[in-house]
Design a binder for this molecule. Structure first.
Ligand SMILES: [Zn+2]
Length: 63
């Protein structure tokens, strides 16, 4: 799977990685931001991680 981190101040971009590898990136680099999203939307941390992960997925039309 290809990921392009959704946070504008982050340049993380990786192709052919597993979803869990991206979640590791979130936990390493965006712990505070994830916590903020979870608090703002009143959802659990793991759900904020899931949403951010899905928003960071890049779907390439390889035609
Ligand atoms: Zn990032």
């Amino acid at each position: 799977m290809n990921f392009n981190c959704v946070f504008p101040d982050c340049s993380f971009k990786q192709n052919n990685i597993e979803e869990k590898d991206f979640v590791d990136h979130l936990r390493e680099s965006h712990k505070d931001q994830i916590k903020e999203i979870a608090e703002k939307q009143d959802i659990p941390i793991h759900m904020a991680e899931m949403i951010t992960t899905s928003n960071s997925k890049v779907f390439i039309n390889s035609g």
